[in-house]
Design a protein around this ligand. Structure first.
Ligand SMILES: Cc1ncc(COP(=O)(O)O)c(C=O)c1O
Length: 450
């Protein structure tokens, strides 16, 4: 641990983004001055500490290092875009990895290890989602991407399309490109402060070239945790139009206190459930995207077999070890992390309502993303002027740049999430509250001073 701490600290001092972060966030600079603590140091009387800033700068992470790279020294201060958590991971993950590292050989692993992983997946899904999965219905993968790309290749012929309920995860467009298929958006409406599908539009978009419907549950970035009746309605429309449902459930565990996740596979209408494949992972739950592990499952062996034909997973020994450890021993850590992120959502809602009257807020039900409407702020700044000043094609792209240069806060711009993203930005709430507070203070000050 200490050598990793040293490495991070040295890089921290050299890296432009980090110096900027340290300057802006006092707690980060003091955290950076300490060596990384042992895994257990932050677990106190059974309670994990998510408040203390865990410095990731200099660890080659996408959220704080990758996003900072294009900016001159001192400009980028808060990496609030990329969907990863800033928390120190569950100790059981570090312990399992440390134990495996004692054995110094990294040759191909046997498939048998997959069986124990599948067993832990079945237990977790049973306990958490009341889902009784058959081991033969599960295919282990190295990401949601590879499984969904395989499904698009399997079900969408040349010239065909995937239908996406938007705003939705930008990666769906990358997946479609990788599968060499087209996409069509069905933009949601905001009804009584909540994003909802535009049902008539959704139905009208189910043309004969659309072969798959992507359901994102919970929906990234709008945070919808879809109710069973909504999922059945989406699924019935798809079934009636001979469209297969690809249900992306990677955010399934990150659900707020007053909401409940419904797996698409659990729907009472079995014909609807049998017309779907679900893609999920533990990577959002435990922040393990860098360890590459995921899986997909279906109650329909024919659909599953067709996806399997196009799918090849490149599993890694450490990813398997860590994933299994998290599923088996990480439940308590995650429940505490989830409660903390829920409180962060509440903090943001209160902050925006009290301090950012021109920013539109819709309440999240799940995911650790929040999708904020800055249209009024962009209109006041002048969309054309912004686009010209930052040489960007859309106003929300240019506004993202304006925010970085005027507040140091980096967010993801809305149009990357498809129709309905205009004027919006996506913000990641999975950080210490101190960082969130500082980032929002910086945004509020930039708007005040504009
Ligand atoms: C909805 C959704 N699906 C898939 C992914 C990426 O999955 P993976 O890293 O397992 O390929 C993300 C990552 O943010 C996501 O939000």
């Amino acid at each position: 641990m200490s050598s990793i701490g040293e490495l991070n600290r040295r890089t921290f001092l050299k890296n432009a983004g980090i110096t900027a972060v340290a300057g802006a966030a006092g707690a980060l600079s003091s955290t950076a001055a300490q060596a990384a603590p042992a895994p257990h140091a932050r677990m106190n009387g059974g309670k994990y500490d998510f408040d203390t800033v865990y410095n990731r700068v200099g660890s080659n992470c996408s959220r704080w290092d990758g996003a900072a790279a294009p900016y001159p020294e001192g400009v980028f201060k808060y990496g609030m875009g990329v969907a990863s958590q800033d928390f120190e991971c569950a100790p059981c993950i570090t312990e399992a990895l440390a134990e495996r590292v004692q054995h110094h050989n990294w040759g191909y692993m046997a498939g048998a290890q997959t069986d124990t992983l599948v067993e832990s997946i079945i237990n977790w899904k049973g306990e958490r989602n009341n889902l009784d999965l058959d081991p033969d219905s599960i295919t282990v993968s190295d990401g949601v991407y590879p499984g969904m790309i395989a499904a698009m290749r399997a079900f969408v012929p040349a010239g065909g399309k995937a239908l996406i309920i938007t705003p939705a995860y930008s990666g769906f467009y990358s997946m479609a490109r990788a599968a060499n298929i087209g996409t069509v958006d069905s933009q949601m409406k905001i009804v009584a402060g909540r994003y909802e599908p535009d049902w008539a539009d959704l139905e009208s978009k189910m043309t004969s070239d659309v072969r798959v419907l992507i359901v994102c549950n919970p929906q990234n970035p709008t945070g919808n945790v879809w109710r069973a009746d909504e999922l059945e309605r989406m699924g019935r429309l798809a079934l009636d139009n001979d469209v297969v449902v690809l249900s992306d459930e990677i955010h399934c565990d990150v659900v707020r206190r007053d909401h409940k996740f419904t797996p698409f596979a659990s729907l009472a209408d079995r014909a609807v459930a049998d017309n779907s494949i679900s893609f999920t992972a533990i990577s959002k739950t435990f922040n393990m995207a860098g360890l590459k592990n995921a899986y997909y499952y279906s109650s329909n062996p024919t659909l599953l077999g067709r996806v399997d034909q196009y799918h090849r997973a490149e599993l890694s020994t450490l990813g398997m070890v860590a994933t299994e450890a998290a599923y088996k021993h990480g439940g308590d850590w995650f429940d505490q992390a989830n409660a903390y992120m829920d409180d962060n959502h509440q903090f943001i809602e209160d902050y925006v309502k009290a301090n950012l009257p021109n920013v539109g807020y819709t309440r999240n039900e799940g995911t650790y993303m929040t999708f904020l409407d800055f249209s009024k702020v962009i209109a006041a700044l002048g969309p054309e002027e912004l686009m010209a000043a930052y040489d960007r094609e859309t106003a929300d792209q240019a506004f993202r740049e304006w925010l970085v240069y005027n507040s140091g806060v980096y967010l993801n711009y809305g149009t990357s999430y498809g129709a309905g993203g205009e004027g919006h930005v996506r913000l990641n709430v999975a950080s210490s509250r101190l960082i969130l507070n500082e980032a929002f203070d910086a945004i509020a000050a930039a708007i005040r001073n504009a």
